[in-house]
Structures are given as C-alpha cells and as structure tokens.
Write a protein that binds this ligand. Structure first.
Ligand SMILES: CC(C)(COP(=O)(O)OP(=O)(O)OC[C@H]1O[C@@H](n2cnc3c(N)ncnc32)[C@H](O)[C@@H]1OP(=O)(O)O)[C@@H](O)C(=O)NCCC(=O)NCCS
Length: 172
C-alpha cells in the first residue's frame, strides 16, 4: 500500500517504494527526458533507479523530504518524481526538483507539483527558502518555475559543476 505524503487536485505525492521502479525505470531510460537531468545526459539503468528509490525512501523517513513518487490519482499511474531535497544531496539549501515520463508532459503537472511541494516545505517542514536550478536551454522547466511563483536570479555556477539558472522562493 502506497504511503501518500500529501496530494493536490490531480496528483498524490508518495514515499518512493519498490512498486514504482518499473515505471520510473522506463521513464529514466529515455535520452530526451534525461537530457537536462543527469550530468552528461546519461540515462539510468533499472538498478540505478532501484538504488535511488531505496535511498529516497530512507531519506524521507529520516528527514521528511525526498523526491516523492508522483501518482496520477484518477488512473493510479506513476507519472514521475518531484519534491524537495538538500541541493545535490549534500548542500545546506533545499532544492525543488521534478521530472516526468514523456507521456505525462504538457498537462500542467509540473506546475502543480512545484506549487504543492513549495507549500509543503514552508508549512510542514518550516523552510524559509527553497531554490531550484535549470539548464539555460530547458525552457519547459524555466516556465514551470516562473509559473509556480519562483523568482529567477540569473546564472549560477555554484551547483552540479555546471552553469545553471538559479531560482528561489522565500517563505510567504
Ligand atoms: C520540465 C517538465 C517537468 C515540464 O513538465 P510539464 O508537466 O510538462 O509542465 P507544465 O505542463 O506544468 O508546464 C508549465 C508551463 O511550461 C510550459 N511548457 C511546458 N513544456 C514546454 C516546452 N517544451 N517548451 C516551452 N514551454 C513549455 C507550458 O506551456 C506551461 O505554461 P502554460 O500553462 O502557460 O502553457 C517535463 O517536461 C519533464 O519532466 N522534462 C524532463 C525532466 C526535466 O527536465 N526536469 C526538470 C529539470 S530542472
């Protein structure tokens, strides 16, 4: 039985679990989806996805946040992942992230996840600031962040050994 952490109108954000691996592994094996996600655009094997799901579940039980599994409520379909983690899993700042399988793009789901995760971070986790980073060419993600209410701060070379566009949202 999936453990739902919080939900939105159309989506449930759940603690990652073994049931999620098949769907996620099919999404993260696609080069177009991974283009802006991994360091060199590398795709992930099923083993790598399983390892990340296990690590994500552990992190959630220890810290109350992770990249949760995103489930479409109407169909019960795992559509991707989204949520909050310390940036690069080792920084002081908390980062919003999201990624979905291609079939689930263009439905406003990323914006829904971004807004709900930020609200959860401020209200339930007591955060004061949330950051997000996007590759300059990732127009979709930049639009999502702006639409969700993040402020664009410009280029930053602070994270992931890349020049990325940095966004922030402060506690309302
Ligand atoms: C980036 C991603 C999460 C966007 O998800 P999504 O659910 O399709 O985004 P939304 O439907 O919420 O779109 C939000 C806005 O961005 C715009 N947008 C979406 N895809 C776009 C694209 N490819 N190019 C330009 N704008 C785009 C939408 O038009 C929408 O604005 P609108 O409602 O005014 O039309 C999705 O494409 C994805 O998972 N990509 C691969 C992983 C990734 O890059 N993650 C982000 C890493 S920073």
């Amino acid at each position: 039985m999936r453990e739902v952490v919080f939900d939105t109108d159309r989506l449930a954000l759940c603690v990652p679990c073994g049931e999620d691996v098949d769907a996620l592994a099919s999404y993260w094996s696609d080069p177009e989806t991974m283009r802006y996600l991994s360091k060199n655009g590398d795709v992930w094997t099923r083993e790598q996805v399983l390892e990340r799901v296990e690590r994500g579940a552990r992190f959630c039980s220890e810290h109350g946040m992770t990249f949760w599994t995103v489930v479409e409520k109407e169909t019960g379909t795992v559509i991707g992942q989204g949520g909050l983690v310390p940036i690069a899993f080792n920084g002081d700042e908390i980062e919003l992230g999201y990624r979905f399988g291609k079939d689930h793009w263009g439905k406003g789901y990323a914006t829904e996840v971004a807004q709900a995760s930020a609200a959860y971070g401020f209200e339930k986790l007591g955060l004061d600031r949330i950051v997000a980073v996007s590759f300059p060419g990732n127009t979709a993600s930049r639009n999502v962040l702006t639409k969700a209410g993040f402020d664009e701060l410009g280029e930053s070379a602070l994270y992931y050994e890349k020049v990325l566009i940095l966004f922030e949202m402060n506690k309302p």
